[in-house]
Design a protein around this ligand. Structure first.
Ligand code: ATP
Ligand code: MG
Length: 256
């Protein structure tokens, strides 16, 4: 399970996390290359979301959670006391299971982060909106309705606008926690196409319960079980030739 350390955007070592007294992650060692998609798979409760949320300090927003371990993001320590978490979450953006547009126009959704950062120049904002919506493969569908509420869009369009909102802050890494599980098959397909179009330009980590989605999308797959990382490898190895029996059992549908 040792991987090359070259060109990793993020390296995590011995990551442990406690909800109160309960240890939910037992020492995860996992690193991510600068580009491409890593899928996190594993049964419900195996710790996938817990691990993902630790990567951009989402757990800071809740009480009584303890995180330990090394989180080296491009040479800086994510958990250093000096880390600005707002800035961190722009660099490591997150897309959730439920599309979560704000109750504003599509335009204002996409530039939310830029407005927070104080950008006022309309030409700059207009350009950023178009770029991000194009990257999220939703521009053609919404370009005539930019000033209408994002809440009027379909779930799949909302999810692509959510992706555009994350992309507009120029992140280095995208975290996606079951981004298609609330969507119909056509919308899911559109999101998958969007992610595949982004894979050469971004590092992405996607949690999914769909084996077929993991195999369609990801370059690497990591299998979690009961708060442990069991195995990580090229996706085709995980699905065709896993080294561990637990992985074999899971990917062949014997449990989970
Ligand atoms: N806020 C919380 N407080 C206490 N325990 C929690 C909390 N969130 C998760 N847990 C526990 O931590 C463990 C890992 O949960 P987590 O949500 O990370 O699993 P998961 O792999 O994402 O599951 P799923 O596939 O169902 O989303 C589980 O035992 C869960 O009950
Ligand atoms: Mg989860």
């Amino acid at each position: 399970m040792t991987e090359t350390k070259q060109n990793n955007i993020l390296e995590t070592r011995d990551v442990k996390l406690w909800y109160g007294q309960k240890e939910a992650l037992h020492g995860i060692n996992l690193s991510f290359p600068e580009k491409g998609i890593t899928a996190l798979i594993g049964p419900s409760g195996s710790g996938k979301s817990t691990y993902l949320r630790a990567l951009n300090r989402m757990h800071d927003l809740e009480d009584n959670i303890t995180v330990t371990g090394t989180f080296d993001f491009k040479g800086t320590d994510i958990y250093a006391p000096t880390t600005d978490t707002v800035e961190l979450r722009k660099r490591i953006g997150m897309v959730f299971q439920q599309p979560n547009p704000f109750p504003f126009s599509i335009y204002e959704n996409v530039i939310f982060g830029l407005r927070l950062a104080g950008v006022k120049d309309k030409a700059v904002l207009d350009e950023a909106v178009e770029k991000a919506l194009r990257q999220a493969s939703v521009w053609d569908e919404v370009k005539d309705d930019l000033h209408k509420s994002a809440l009027g869009l379909s779930g799949g369009q909302q999810q692509r606008v959510s992706i555009a909102r994350v992309l507009a802050t120029s992140p280095d890494l995208l975290l996606l926690d079951e981004p298609t599980s609330a969507l119909d098959p056509v919308s899911s397909h559109n999101i998958e196409e969007t992610l595949l179009n982004l894979r050469n330009d971004y590092a992405m980590i996607i949690v999914t319960h769909s084996m077929s989605q993991a195999s369609r999308l990801s370059d690497r797959t990591a299998f979690f079980l009961s708060g442990d990382l069991i195995e990580v490898d090229a996706t085709k190895h995980i699905f065709l030739n896993p080294q561990r029996q637990e992985t074999q059992d899971y990917v062949s549908g014997r449990f989970g």
